[in-house]
Design a protein around this ligand. Sequence first.
Ligand code: AMP
Ligand code: ZN
Length: 113
Amino acid sequence: MACLFCRIVSGEIPAKIAYRDDDVVAFHDITPQAPAHVLLVPTRHVSSLNDLTPADQELVGKLVYRAAQLAGELGYAERGYRTVFNCNAEAGQTVFHIHLHLLAGRSMGWPPG
Ligand code: AMP
Ligand code: ZN
């Protein structure tokens, strides 16, 4: 069976879509950790950052670029925002289809928990 985020990409599971093109889908996190919390995923399934190949480098660039565009559209370019990829257990990855978190709208601590 397709993974959760593949099912969101296909429309089988509903999500609040913020952006979509052939390569990237962005949708609002179901449990937001900040006033703005968007997940950006590739339309093609990649389980974790460990599974990226050299051919995926442009795709990852598209995720980061789109996150920056969305941050600007949402009004957070100047205030600032955080982008995060979690990879595997110690980083807290729970959905194994790579996703870039875009978090904005509050002060962020550093180092992260
Ligand atoms: P991670 O812990 O980095 O794997 O992040 C997974 C994220 O997916 C979490 O922030 C969840 O709140 C979010 N999430 C899980 N299920 C859904 C869903 N159905 N729609 C939107 N976001 C989801
Ligand atoms: Zn998937």
